[in-house]
Design a protein around this ligand. Structure first.
Ligand code: B12
Ligand code: SF4
Ligand code: SF4
Length: 309
């Protein structure tokens, strides 16, 4: 077995040991095709007010600008599909936000993963990323052979659907590369396009972020949600899972084994009137480790008012 093969085997074993559900590896290179898609998406204003998506375009398409001498992009998935879910008659929270904030949970795992790699492989320069960095995470996951980009824009795996977070570790170490995922198992299905409450899904796997409920309820910082969206949110108060809930591949979702994603009891138990009665003080204490803190208390109240009017 060559050294490169040995290192690859060690890394895949360590990824599983760190608790990641899938690990795939792609050669670090400039993402020319994705750059075009990203450019078109931005030029059409599909990022809405998410200004950060306009920043660092060159870093987003070239991993060597994030890690000098980058050779490999390791993609890791962490399943968040919860065993228990909210009742459908209360303000809806996306499943990814039921437990503790995934940024913190995954950052801890990435740190441990890189430290273990250094211990077993030797001097490796690397940086771990999850979500907030200028990395095209779905594109790398597809290139690392983990799954395909569905019509709903999500990365889907054949074994267990799409309720996964994606994390990336870019390293200056040469490894054995997985073949990019060549197939697309959406076929003639259009369930996600048909079900999207705000028609944010275009036919060509392009998601108009500026029309997505997730954008309005989490990313939009303005005090009011545009009037033309009234009545379209189907009770979604934080994020939206519609295009994943209807996806036939999510019949294969398995419950997460990550204890930090155990639902905060209030997310499961709160009735409509509990959400209405929630004070800022209680919000800060109950949701101190939750992704809900991104919108702050005012954001939750704004969203709640919007879906109830
Ligand atoms: C901005 C953003 C959003 C925005 C915009 C959404 C969007 N589709 O871009 C908003 C706020 C709306 C959003 C919503 C959600 N998001 Co978001 N979001 C991001 C973020 C930060 C950047 C995405 C991005 O670069 N968009 C720009 C467009 C152009 O890129 P893209 O959609 O990723 O598409 C690329 C590839 O898919 C590829 N591609 C597209 N079409 C095709 C076609 C072919 C043939 C091929 C080969 C490739 C290809 O090319 C594109 C350019 O590289 C990423 C984290 C990250 N750093 O990547 C998370 C991320 C994509 N989001 C995630 C999640 C979980 C969600 C939600 C499900 C949350 C929720 N329940 O409310 C929804 C799903 C909405 C949807 N259907 O996409 C996960 C996705 C996990 C997965 N399994 O795919 C990510 C990866 C975060 C993470 N680290 O886990 N999100
Ligand atoms: S998350 Fe909801 S609003 Fe956004 S694209 Fe999917 S179904 Fe449409
Ligand atoms: S719902 Fe159908 S079209 Fe949409 S992502 Fe899933 S399989 Fe593909």
């Amino acid at each position: 077995m060559s050294t490169i093969q040995k290192h690859t085997e060690i890394i895949k074993t360590l990824a599983a040991k760190a608790g990641f559900d899938h690990c795939g590896i792609a050669k670090a290179q400039v993402l020319n095709e994705d750059a075009k898609r990203l450019e078109t998406w931005l030029s059409k204003g599909m990022h809405g007010t998410m200004q950060y998506m306009e920043n660092h375009f060159d870093l987003r398409i070239d991993p060597s600008k994030l890690v000098p001498g980058a050779k490999s992009v390791i993609t890791l998935l962490l399943n968040y599909f919860p065993e228990q879910q909210q009742s459908e008659f209360v303000p809806q929270v996306s499943k990814y936000a039921y437990g503790n904030d995934y940024h913190e949970v995954i950052r801890t795992k990435l740190k441990l993963f890189l430290q273990n790699i250094k211990e077993q492989v030797g001097e490796v320069q690397g940086r771990g990323f999850v979500d907030s960095a200028p990395v095209l995470e779905r594109a790398w996951a597809q290139k690392a052979g983990i799954g395909w980009i569905g019509k709903n824009g999500n990365l889907i795996t054949k074994q267990s659907g799409s309720f996964f977070f994606i994390a990336t570790l870019i390293v200056d170490l040469e490894l054995v590369y997985d073949d990019a995922f060549a197939k697309d198992y959406c076929g003639t299905c259009t369930k996600c396009i048909d079900a999207c409450p705000t028609d944010a899904i275009h036919p060509d796997k392009v998601i108009d972020g500026s029309k997505c409920i997730s954008y309005f309820t989490i990313e939009l910082k303005e005090a009011l949600i545009p009037e033309n969206m009234k009545g379209k949110f189907d009770d979604w108060m934080f994020g939206c899972d519609v295009c994943q809930d209807v996806c036939p591949w999510n019949r294969f979702s398995k419950f997460t084994a990550e204890i930090h994603f155990t639902p905060i009891p209030e997310i499961l138990n709160f009735s409509k009137s509990d959400w209405e009665a929630l004070t800022e003080e209680s919000f800060k204490s109950i949701f101190k480790n939750s992704p809900l803190k991104r919108t702050k208390f005012e954001g939750i109240k704004r969203n709640l008012n919007f879906i109830q009017q």
